[in-house]
Design a protein around this ligand. Structure first.
Ligand code: URA
Length: 434
């Protein structure tokens, strides 16, 4: 078999066999197939798509590229959650400690920023010392000891996704249902959680722009989970406007800390409570979502969720004084407010454009392996439906240099749409795929 023939076959819209998919994934993981061939293949998949059978084979080949953990040897039942990617989506930072504080172990492998969307690992690395490269042994030990792990792919867990994810980020090959489904589900299968809650985003700042596409992706991922013997549920959630207020690594960590301490933006808090409720129900800690929500609220109210987050930071080598005193987290040199140009209602805050502006500021990558700037980002002070008077700040831009600030400002200029007539607020969720 030759990699080039597999690329050509997919370029021509033909269905790949299981053997061809395995050959390609194994070759790429070992380094026999170079990045340029993997990038060409990924672009062919973006254009030609894959059948559900190919996507399932791709997922299983990527999961099998490293170890597959069996968490039942360590804890009775572990849950995990994963988002398909959004702007201002710091949900993991809140729901994982909340759920762990309710007595349900959570073991998660997260990702880095992808395209215009942020990544949990980049956010966590705003905390000096926080390790996102735990070995399999460390993952299992920490899960047993504190019931909470939040790390990245290691050389031994889904390494194929680790390589492909970084390549897709900078080759315009993120937006593809089979590539997203296989990326997410290979990590979930390798990390071994028996229950998985998928947060499938839809809208202007999501990879799936329409509800139909999001539902299709959700259904595909739930089917793959079942095939791999896992319990799974997918929530269809809004990503037309950023979630919460903060977009950018350290800014989002601050907002997650506020939420874990009982404050935080109302939409973000509500989103987290719903996701946590589903995790607790799936993991058998709650009879239904209502009870799960009550448990989650209690864990935030009495400080257990916050303590779980501190324990996580300490366990993974982070300097906990930075979360105890978030003013120590990286901060940008320039903070510029963007005022409302007129009285009016906010009709649109285009999440993708806000995400792109954050990448321009340095919060994400434009080349593989680039460092990210943890300090920079955007705080959107309002939500769609809010009324503002001319001159009131809509957003604050946190930048480290004048050139990126100006470029981000011109991108953000196109992100806001005003309307004189009242505007309905956006919903948070559109449905559930079980
Ligand atoms: N999250 C992932 O882990 N992979 C994707 O492709 C998109 C979101």
């Amino acid at each position: 078999m030759r990699a080039v023939d597999i690329i050509i076959k997919k370029r021509d819209g033909l269905e790949l066999t299981k053997e061809e998919i395995e050959f390609f994934i194994q070759g790429y993981t070992r380094g026999d197939i170079p990045d340029y061939q993997a990038a060409a293949w990924a672009m062919a998949v973006v254009w030609r798509g894959m059948t559900p059978r190919e996507t399932t084979d791709l997922t299983l080949a990527m999961a099998a590229s490293g170890d597959t953990l069996d968490l039942s040897a360590v804890v009775p039942f572990a849950v995990d959650k994963h988002s398909t990617g959004g702007v201002g989506d710091k949900t993991t930072l809140v729901v994982e400690p909340v759920v762990a504080a309710c007595g349900l172990p959570v073991g998660k492998m997260s990702g880095r920023g992808l395209g215009f969307t942020g990544g949990t690992l980049d956010k966590l690395e705003s905390i000096p010392g926080y390790r996102t490269d735990l070995t399999t042994g460390e993952f299992l030990r920490q899960l047993r000891e504190i019931g909470l792990v939040l790390t990245g792919q290691s050389a031994d867990l889904a390494p194929a996704d680790g390589k492909l994810y970084a390549l897709r980020d900078v080759t315009g090959t993120v937006q593809s249902m089979p590539l997203i489904a296989s990326s997410i589900m290979s990590k979930k299968i390798a990390a071994g959680a028996q229950g998985i809650v998928l947060d499938v985003k839809t809208g202007l700042g999501a990879f799936m722009q329409t509800l139909e596409e999001a539902r299709e992706l959700a259904t595909l991922m739930v089917q793959i989970a079942h095939l791999a013997g896992r319990k799974a549920v997918a929530l269809l959630s809004d990503m037309n406007q950023p979630l919460g207020h903060a977009v950018g690594n350290a800014l989002e960590v601050r907002e997650a800390i506020e939420t874990l301490q009982g404050g935080g933006p109302a939409d973000f808090r509500e989103h987290c409570l719903v996701v946590a409720a589903h995790m607790l129900h799936l993991g058998g800690k709650a009879a239904d979502e209502e009870e799960g929500r009550a448990l989650a609220e209690a864990a935030i109210a009495d400080g257990r969720a916050w303590e779980a987050f501190r324990k996580l930071v300490i366990a993974q080598g982070g300097d906990v004084s930075y979360v105890d005193d978030p003013d120590k987290l990286p901060a940008a040199r320039i903070v510029k407010a963007l005022p409302a140009p007129q009285d009016g209602y906010l009709a649109e805050i285009h999440a993708r454009k806000v995400g792109e502006a954050a990448v321009i500021l340095g919060a994400g990558r434009t080349r593989k392996g680039d460092p990210v700037n943890h300090a920079v980002g955007i705080v959107v002070h309002h939500k769609v439906g809010d009324f503002l008077k001319a001159g009131e700040p809509v957003m604050s831009i946190h930048a480290d240099d004048e050139a990126s600030l100006q470029e981000a400002l011109s991108r953000l200029d196109e992100a806001i749409v005003w309307q004189e007539a009242p505007v309905e607020p956006l919903p948070l969720f559109y449905g559930v795929v079980a």
